[in-house]
Design a protein around this ligand. Structure first.
Ligand SMILES: [Zn+2]
Length: 301
């Protein structure tokens, strides 16, 4: 409710964008002047008092040139960034009172694409890695029979004390030494400790420079820490979200859903940074979003 009240008008949204662009006050890009004139009402641009240069507050963001009201962009990004289970186009359409389903779908699609790029710093220190099947949620088909429609995915998650750090998810071709090695190379810093099960597909990890610690499931001892608990928690969270929010995701769109899930997980303690990243605001001012997230996470002792 706070959010909706705060950004109830187009003007309030533009003021927020203005503050994002010039956190230390207006500075003209052309003449360096610090005085701003009135906003050009019809064209929605700000004009420098010194030289007359015009700047749009949406330049460089996802919203530039859009005919969709800023209020809708803001609210959609807010929901996507903070609504815990994420949101489907149908839910968004209902919540925002959008008449056309296509508008809701387009908003989500553009925002979702913004979840892919921003963060590719490798996972560090210690991770849990596992592979699992997704899909085949059609009713009446149980595990084995639906296998043909399932997609193999891999998960890598940082160990942070007793909790989980950052997460990566990826679609895998197969569970071979090559595929699982590629997953590690794409997600995790060499030298890191890598906990896996005893599957032979992980046998190449030591040769890639990781400190591989395989463990057979049968070797788990009562009273000891359960087996790959962070990876398994991440997988069940993902499945609950996919099944609950989207019913099911087709194989070709699965990667986009995995990216969205990872994006929200990795920013779960900083929804404001998630909101700004989604709208493309982090590219026009402080590039420190990632650092802020890292600083907020508890570090392993
Ligand atoms: Zn100027």
């Amino acid at each position: 409710m706070d959010f909706q009240e705060h950004f109830a008008t187009e003007e309030a949204c533009r003021e927020y964008l203005f503050a994002c662009r010039w956190p230390e006050g207006f500075r003209c890009r052309r003449c360096g002047g610090g005085e701003i004139g009135v906003m050009h009402a019809r064209r929605r641009v700000w004009q420098c008092k010194g030289c007359g240069a015009q700047t749009s507050v949406t330049a460089g963001t996802l919203m530039h040139g859009t005919r969709t009201p800023l209020r809708l962009w803001f609210w959609a990004a807010y929901l996507l960034a903070t609504h815990h289970p994420g949101i489907s186009a149908v839910q968004l359409q209902r919540q925002l009172g959008i008449r056309h389903h296509e508008t809701a779908w387009m908003l989500l699609h553009k925002l979702r694409r913004a979840t892919v790029a921003p963060e590719r710093e490798p996972l560090k220190r210690e991770v849990e890695v596992d592979e699992f099947f997704l899909g085949g949620y059609e009713e009446g088909l149980s595990g084995g029979r639906a296998r043909g429609k399932k997609t193999l995915c891999g998960v890598a998650v940082e160990v942070r004390g007793r909790g989980s750090g950052r997460l990566r998810l990826a679609v895998l071709d197969d569970a071979s030494v090559g595929s699982l090695g590629s997953l590690l190379k794409a997600t995790t810093e060499p030298g890191a400790i890598v906990n896996t099960d005893g599957w032979g597909g992980y046998s190449g990890l030591s040769a890639l420079g990781y400190e591989h610690r395989p463990r057979n499931q049968s070797a788990a001892v009562p009273g000891e820490e359960p087996y790959l608990p962070r990876a398994h928690r991440a997988i069940s969270n993902l499945k609950a979200w996919l099944h609950g929010t989207h019913r099911w995701a087709s194989a070709e769109h699965l990667s986009a859903y995995l990216d969205e899930h990872v994006f929200r997980h990795n920013r779960r303690r900083n929804p404001h940074a998630a909101f700004q990243t989604l709208l493309g605001l982090s590219t026009i001012h402080r590039p420190s979003t990632y650092r802020e997230i890292i600083d907020e996470l508890p570090t392993a002792a």
